[in-house]
Design a protein around this ligand. Structure first.
Ligand code: ADP
Ligand code: MG
Length: 246
């Protein structure tokens, strides 16, 4: 088993769709408790990268090691690796016919064989943590987008993941909802969660990230401390990107 202080190890990751190569040799290590924010123009491969980490996409080439488990090793139990990764998407993908508690308890009961009573206790604690203790029996359609996204975060946390991946979690939200979701993520970061966050929220990246990674056209073009990335960008594409978004 590899060094478990490194939660995510990615080496020379390539991914092609047909003849189009969208990831062109990425290298990234994420340490325990580290928060990495990923920024970059649309189409640069950020979502594809996150999907490779959860084995939703199979790389064309390269190595991914998560929590010490090599995804390309036939002996690795991918389901177990996935249980340790929480993923939150732009579109919350809550189960529409289930109430908030049912959404959060489903996976712990089915996959972790948690008793319904224990799963509900955990779910209520998590709802408290995301500021939605009073919404336990609401259906997703009765919630605002920001509330639904906080339920999606609680649902991911209910599996006690070791790593949380976020793919533009606030991009689909009305502006007034964004702050509450970012506050939940900030608290998670303070509590020591290892996180990779694809985001257009530069304020969040500046404040919360240990490291900011800039992707363009299938490669990491620059990475560093938020201060360096935002105040002293070196790569012309990063300079251009920041001029457009800030
Ligand atoms: P980002 O998240 O940075 O906007 P994506 O990872 O979504 O970028 O996409 C990177 C590139 O890969 C884009 O050109 C996109 O059109 C292409 N792409 C993504 N998913 C697929 C797919 N399933 N089939 C073919 N092309 C895809
Ligand atoms: Mg994307």
């Amino acid at each position: 088993m590899a060094d478990t202080a490194i939660k995510v190890h990615v080496q020379d990751l390539h991914k092609s769709y047909g003849n189009t190569e969208v990831l062109k040799g990425l290298n990234l290590d994420v340490k325990n408790n580290e928060v990495v924010c990923m920024i970059g123009p649309s189409g640069s491969g950020k979502s594809t990268f996150l999907r490779c980490l959860t084995d939703l996409e199979v790389p064309s080439k390269g190595q991914i090691v998560i929590n010490g488990y090599d995804l390309s090793d036939a002996k690795t139990n991918i389901d177990l690796v996935r249980e340790n990764i929480g993923m939150v998407f732009q579109h919350f993908n809550l189960f529409p016919n289930m109430n908030v508690l049912q959404n959060i308890t489903l996976a712990p009961i089915q996959l972790k064989k948690m008793t319904p009573a224990k799963a509900e206790k955990t779910a209520r604690d998590l709802l408290d943590q995301v500021g939605l203790a009073d919404k336990a029996t609401a259906l997703p359609t009765a919630l605002s987008g920001g509330q639904q996204q906080r339920v999606a975060i609680a649902r991911a946390l209910a599996m006690h993941p070791k790593i949380m991946l976020f793919d533009e979690p606030t991009s689909a939200l009305d502006p007034e909802m964004v702050g509450d979701v970012l506050d939940v993520m900030k608290q998670l970061a303070r509590d020591g969660m290892t996180m990779i966050v694809v985001t257009h929220e530069m304020g969040f990246a500046k404040e919360v990230a240990d490291r900011v990674v800039f992707m363009a056209d299938g490669l990491i073009r620059e990475s560093g401390a938020p201060k360096d990335i935002f105040e002293h960008p070196q790569n012309p594409r990063l300079q251009d990107f920041l001029n457009k978004v800030i």
